[in-house]
Design a protein around this ligand. Structure first.
Ligand SMILES: [Fe+2]
Length: 295
């Protein structure tokens, strides 16, 4: 953000709407403000037009008379509240009745001007109100800018995680000739199954990127074991092969990334059976049950 003070020039360019059913008052206020150098002054004598005009022009300040036929200043403020969702009404009420000031402030006006007009008072209040309005706008823009920056950084971070995952997965694939298309299929199967189970978007995205890492522990399995067919394993080799699940969890564990956290859990359990007998049974009957992917 380019932070700077609100300049006098910016204040003089603030968009002002004068609302009064008395033409003399409108002309007088216009003259006071134009003489001071304000450049964007509009006016209306029809209170029912105020909201439509504000919607079109997004005024920085509305000088609003309270006593008007048909729709008075209070009714106008109620309508303006529907436009200004954050609750801040850029309204400076004009009143000749001191007892209405408090009610006007409670109704959402930010300040008031008393009739008959005192030029110095009008100018000070208009200047101050516009300054606050412009500061608010600047703050609002700054917040939007920050929000956008956070979104961009988050997207970059996410992209970085995803790239890391793909790189690690490729490293594991490099060790195991069979896994190429297999790991990609796992991603898509996991996503489809998660969607069918009604999991939320975050879970579905996490599992899409986490599931291809299930065999990452094979990085730690020696090539001469990895390249053997299950039927060719001897007891020791079989046990080494089985360790790839825990090894994968160890590689991916202790991470803050939701992808890696889920990846660790998947790696650890990806040979588990539906009845929970997977790892234990495999250990017990290692020689009887050939090693095979269950996913
Ligand atoms: Fe595996």
């Amino acid at each position: 953000m380019t932070q700077h003070a609100i300049t006098s020039s910016a204040i003089l360019q603030g968009k002002v709407l004068i609302v009064d059913d008395q033409e003399a008052n409108v002309i007088l206020l216009e003259q006071i403000l134009l003489r001071e150098g304000y450049q964007a002054i509009s006016s209306t004598m029809k209170s029912s037009d105020v909201c439509e005009l504000h919607r079109e022009n997004n005024y920085d300040l509305i000088l609003l008379d309270l006593q008007m036929p048909e729709m008075d200043g209070f009714a106008v403020m109620e309508e303006l509240k529907k436009i200004e969702k954050d609750g801040y009404l850029p309204v400076l009420v004009i009143t000749a009745q001191p007892n209405q000031k408090l009610r006007a402030l409670k109704a959402g006006a930010e300040d008031f001007i008393t009739k008959p007009f005192e030029m110095a008072e009008v100018l000070v209040r208009v200047h101050n109100m516009l300054k606050i309005r412009l500061l608010n706008k600047e703050l609002h823009n700054y917040n939007n800018e920050l929000e956008q920056r956070v979104c961009e950084r988050t997207a970059e971070l996410k992209e970085g995680y995803q790239e890391t995952i793909l790189t690690m997965t490729r490293a594991a694939e490099h060790k195991d000739e069979d896994t190429g298309a297999h790991v990609q299929r796992i991603s898509y199967y996991s996503r489809v199954l998660s969607e069918a189970l009604g999991m939320d978007d975050e879970f579905i995205e996490n599992i899409f990127f986490a599931s291809p890492m299930h065999d990452i522990g094979k990085i730690g399995v020696p090539d001469h074991v990895l390249l053997l067919k299950p039927s060719g394993f001897v007891q020791d080799e079989w046990e080494i092969m089985q360790e790839h699940a825990a090894m994968g969890a160890k590689i991916l564990g202790n991470s803050k990334s939701p992808y890696l956290k889920m990846g660790a859990e998947i790696a650890l359990n990806h040979h588990e059976r539906w009845d929970g007998s997977g790892v234990i049974q495999m250990e017990k009957k290692a020689m009887k049950f050939p090693y095979q992917h269950e996913l």
